[in-house]
Design a protein around this ligand. Structure first.
Ligand code: GLN
Length: 210
């Protein structure tokens, strides 16, 4: 049986946070989550999602990740996890996987009420870094690395826009316990967003499997 508990997380002090380990910067995310006090674990199979306090979906190639995750039943397990109130942070391709609409026919979780434009800044050679001001994040702007990054072109009413670029393209949002960034926060050594996510995983409701 699956229930959603209140403030009685099984791991309030040391949340167990997974990183989807199909492709991308898995090691970098695991290291950052560990530095922020989480028990960080790679996740490859649907059964490993049970009992997590949160999960990070790293960057990579969203079509490839989605197809493999669908094949293995991981995509369905992630949808159930979101439905049960699990905390999920999608970065870059992970944001695309979370989105309701990616403008392409590709397997998506579809839980985040946004429309994303893939490769919104052009091909790999147009990758760039810039300082992004993130609503509610203390300590000044965040150095954000964009690698063939998507941008959010529309966000539903239940979605909080946390960061946008000067040209108004949306690059970070939150919808309840879903967090999404168009950039790669695991590459700069600035752990503020990982710390924030670990706190989100340890707080409020946590998925409890009994
Ligand atoms: N361009 C990739 C995609 O569309 C995402 C790139 C990334 O995750 N760095 O899936």
């Amino acid at each position: 049986m699956v229930t959603v508990a209140g403030s009685t997380s099984a791991h309030p002090a040391r949340p167990r946070v997974g990183v989807l380990a199909i492709q991308g910067d898995v090691a970098e995310h695991l290291a950052a989550l560990s530095r922020c006090g989480a028990e960080a674990v790679p996740v490859r199979r649907a059964a490993e999602i049970d009992g997590l306090d949160g999960i990070v979906l790293p960057g990579g190639e969203s079509t490839a990740i989605g197809l493999i995750a669908r094949e293995d039943g991981v995509l369905d397990a992630l949808r159930r996890y979101v439905d049960q109130g699990g905390a999920v942070w999608g970065t870059c391709a992970g944001l695309i996987l979370l989105a309701r609409d990616a403008g392409h026919a590709q397997p998506l979780i579809g839980a985040l009420d946004v429309v994303v434009e893939r490769n919104a800044f052009g091909p790999q050679v147009f990758s760039f870094e810039t300082d992004v001001t993130i609503a509610g994040l203390e300590g000044g702007p965040f150095r954000a690395v964009f690698i063939r990054a998507p941008a959010i072109s529309a966000a539903g009413p239940g979605v909080d826009v946390l960061a946008a670029l000067d040209d108004d393209r949306i690059v970070m949002v939150r919808q309840g316990r879903l967090l999404a960034t168009a950039f790669h926060p695991e590459l700069t050594g600035d752990d503020r967003l990982h710390r924030w996510f670990v706190e989100l995983c340890g707080a409020q409701s946590s998925v409890v499997h009994a």
